[in-house]
Design a protein. Structure first.
Length: 127
């Protein structure tokens, strides 16, 4: 029997509570990319977690917001094995450009932000 890699980011690695998002928003460091903004908060000793935000104001209606979050989530999911296992809480905030950006450009933008925050170990680029 072959071992399958996890297809999703586990629940222990997701920001779920409003207070977690508020902590990152209030104390985290913002890095602006071409298509999204990354808020990163160092939390030594805690599991790394990630959350995604797409507001009506910046992205559009429900369909557009869901699509923006799905695109960002997929890019991060493919890189999650390279994210440091402990110490980083990350929030990716979608901007309008995330909807029409080519996948490769969006992936490079997200990967650059993750590296700048210190959450991503160097390795091969995953598109």
């Amino acid at each position: 029997m072959t071992q399958r890699l996890a297809e999703s980011i586990s629940q222990e690695h997701r920001l779920r509570l409003a207070r977690e998002f508020e902590a990152v928003k209030g104390q985290g460091v913002a890095r602006r990319g071409r298509y999204c903004v990354l808020l990163a908060l160092d939390r030594p000793g805690e599991p790394s977690k990630v959350g995604f935000v797409a507001s009506r104001r910046s992205v559009g209606g429900a369909v557009q917001r869901n699509r923006a979050r799905r695109r960002l989530r997929e890019i991060v999911r493919r890189r999650w094995r390279r994210v440091t296992g402990r110490g980083h809480w990350l929030v990716l905030i979608a901007m309008r450009g995330v909807l029409k950006a080519p996948h490769a450009d969006l992936a490079v933008d997200v990967e650059r932000l993750l590296k700048e925050s210190g959450a991503l170990a160097s390795g091969p680029v995953d598109l």
